[in-house]
Design a protein around this ligand. Sequence first.
Ligand code: ZN
Length: 363
Amino acid sequence: MFFLRIFAYLKRCDMQFKDIVGQRDVINRLTEIIDNGRVSHAQLFLGATAEGSLQLALAYLQYLCCEHRLHHDGGDLRADSCGECPSCKKLAQLMHPDLHLIFPNATTPKVSSTSVWSGDFMPEFREFVLQHNALGTIDDWYATMGTENKQGMIRENDAAHIVGDLALKSYEGGWKMMVIWMAEKMNTAAANELLKTLEEPTPGTLILLVAESDERLLPTIRSRVQTVRLRAENGERRAENKDEYAQLLVEWLRLLFKLKMKELSAQVDKLSNLGREQQKQFLGYALGVMRDCFLHGAAGLPVEIGSGDQKFDAMFPQMVTANNIELINTALNEALFALERNANTKIALMQLSFSMSKALKKR
Ligand SMILES: [Zn+2]
């Protein structure tokens, strides 16, 4: 793959709703509940982490705490957090003092104490979430933690900290938030301890369980939480995105030949309006198309770019050759890298446009 994924400089997560792929109905229902002040103190976000259950839970908290919530008249998202206020920034860095995180853990060569708990791995976990934009799987986490094939668990030690942390006063005067990721990894003793907290919630406390399956959760816990079920994103939605990316890509490529600044700038604006995650997906899609153009073009095979214009589809692959594929590849990867570092999107995409335009002329 031509993907070059370097996350070393990534400092925060994309935790606005617009960065989440799909789930629009679920999100609109959640923002409506928050706007109406009907927030339930214990909720279960049910769905695969890779499909966005943790990402959604974190975006939900960011919206809940946002000081300048955005409301949109049109579009598929009715509301979103601003992403800019102090609260949004702290949550996006997982540095909000009232945000507590619990997750499966185990003893490792580095942490061998029998009283091991989530807090022993907090810097690693934070880094893990930020790196994977909250989409990393449990196996990714075990690899980061270095458990050496041991399964992680959420144990009594973690439960004691949940109770203790929620008993403290809120630092910032708002919600005290507890996120329990992979809640199905709680052992029975921990679950029973948590149950007491769920039965007698302290005011201003919010507990979000994030789980991939509710089968292993105690029925008594399930009955005390409000469940937010992620909609399975089917192939249809992905195909829809692909068509959208193909359309955007072809429009953009045509403009790279003409290099008319006004039109190019308008196209860059259009790309900038996608969420950060979609921008990265778009660049990933573009990388794939360029590679196909190079490989198929060299073999004299047709490439379906999706322009709906046979002449363009036949002409464009000839523009990607052994002379410029490396330049194109580097330009797209640099843009991806810039977006992952949260650089200014418009500048990054404009820079990319110039580099691509230059590369295409060197065929
Ligand atoms: Zn905000």
